[in-house]
Design a protein around this ligand. Sequence first.
Ligand code: HEC
Ligand code: HEC
Ligand code: HEC
Ligand code: HEC
Length: 441
Amino acid sequence: MKRCGSALLVMLLLASSPIVATAAPSAVSTIESHKHLGVASCSNSVCHGASQPFRDSNVQQNEFAIWQEFDPHAKAWQSLQSDASKSIARNLGIGDPTAAKVCLDCHADSIAADKRGDRFQVSDGVGCESCHGGSELWLNAHADRSVSHDENVKNGLYPTDQPVARARLCLSCHMGTSDRMITHRIMGAGHPRLSFELDTFTWLHPHYKIGEAWTKRKGEWNGVRDWAVGQGVAAENLLDLVVDEKAGWKGIFPELVLFDCHACHRLMSGRKWGPRQGTGLGPGVVRLNDANLVMFRHVLAPVDKAAAARLLEQTRALHKATTQSRDATFAAARRLRATIEELLPTVAAFNYGPDSLDAILASIEADAKRGEYRDYASAEQVAMAAQSVVVAFENDGKVDGDKATMLRSRLDALYATIKDENSWSVQNFNNALAALRAAAP
Ligand code: HEC
Ligand code: HEC
Ligand code: HEC
Ligand code: HEC
């Protein structure tokens, strides 16, 4: 169904743009393929600027008000005026951060000047069209119920409802892609560390409601599937950056942002090293940030056990290759990338029912027992995965009353153990995880 829409979109873009002739267009090039008319084109009170939700509409129509008041994306450009941003920019020597392309790429809708409509304002930050795509061709049509969603997608509306496409879009800013790169130099200048999980982040500041009206038009919504797909797409993105000559590997060091931050940034008196089956590496080795690879293995637990074993073996081969040579690393990364690409459609089509939730939790806990979450980035991803699973238990009606309250409090306790990335204990984390599993249905 929706496949058809995006396949057509691919053909359309291939025909009109020679730059993307070799590969499927990236999320960013799709978002930027048509003129952006600006947030003011969406915010009229009879469009998306209502103060209260509309009753007889497919959508709430108060999206603008919610975005403006609650969504940090609305203030993303303003953040570039903060003292923190000025300090980052000073350290990097890039002048005014509100005028620096490298910052605007993620903190605003930084589409080229000739693709900005009259009402476009860069100070609107990460606005509607940063996610929903340039509205030049669909703005008038999309409010007309006789025009199908697929038709609008063909005209440049970005399919934010589709987990793979949504993950690619969010990650372009929340992890960095070759279109919008974040570097260790930017981190070193003071930028906060980025971490992302599709399901959790989709529901932090929503301006949308997924109910009957939504599923009727767009199909089933499944948060665990979003989590699963998000892990696969993030793992693919990491591997794309690893083999991207432009993104990484400058001078004698590779791009450090792709590696586990805490592999380097830890106290010398720490003595916290221990073996991890997921890397197979010995002590004193800088390792790639493999949190999404670890999680994708848990995704596969209910989907395809043999594939999970293959993923583990190829992940270990990649870690080993990083200690050998750049060529070996590229080859191992490409092999692993191909495996994930092959598995992603199955993962995206899988029905994550109650049995699969238990398989996921069991797989996660088995890794805890092996000491797999010594690296903070993995522990953080485990907490977000647990949240996804707990919400699914609630939505499936598997827990209610006291059981639900207990499960929630154990989830909170798990998060509490990783509140501070500088002083957390993997032992406390593992104990909290075991307690959470014990309270699960
Ligand atoms: C690859 C995309 C990307 C780039 C490039 C980028 N940022 Fe960010 N920035 C983010 C994201 C995403 C967040 C939010 C992180 C979170 O909360 O998870 C953020 C957060 C921040 C924050 C903290 C905001 C707050 O409310 O606490 C500041 C300050 C900041 N960025 C400044 C900058 C500056 C200055 C530049 C240019 C040198 C820059 N950023 C470049 C994506 C990016
Ligand atoms: C950070 C990305 C992002 C930004 C910015 C954003 N949206 Fe959304 N929007 C989404 C996602 C994700 C969904 C939920 C999935 C879907 O329905 O496509 C959504 C859903 C919607 C829906 C409901 C669609 C439906 O079929 O039920 C409307 C309407 C909407 N957004 C309008 C807006 C408007 C207006 C703005 C600007 C004021 C805006 N959005 C800004 C990501 C974004
Ligand atoms: C154009 C870049 C861009 C895109 C695309 C984008 N984001 Fe963001 N997002 C940001 C920036 C920048 C911030 C930080 C804003 C600030 O505080 O200055 C942010 C902040 C957030 C936050 C707040 C985090 C917190 O700590 O509270 C959430 C949640 C979020 N984004 C979710 C998403 C989701 C889900 C998507 C995909 C549907 C998405 N974003 C797409 C740039 C982007
Ligand atoms: C290979 C080791 C390595 C990795 C991996 C690494 N860093 Fe660094 N980081 C360094 C070094 C070396 C410096 C420079 C310290 C100095 O200037 O004295 C540094 C500096 C920094 C600084 C500035 C510290 C200061 O004292 O001003 C920050 C912040 C930072 N890194 C964050 C990160 C984040 C976030 C990540 C993960 C995305 C990361 N680093 C990954 C080695 C690493």
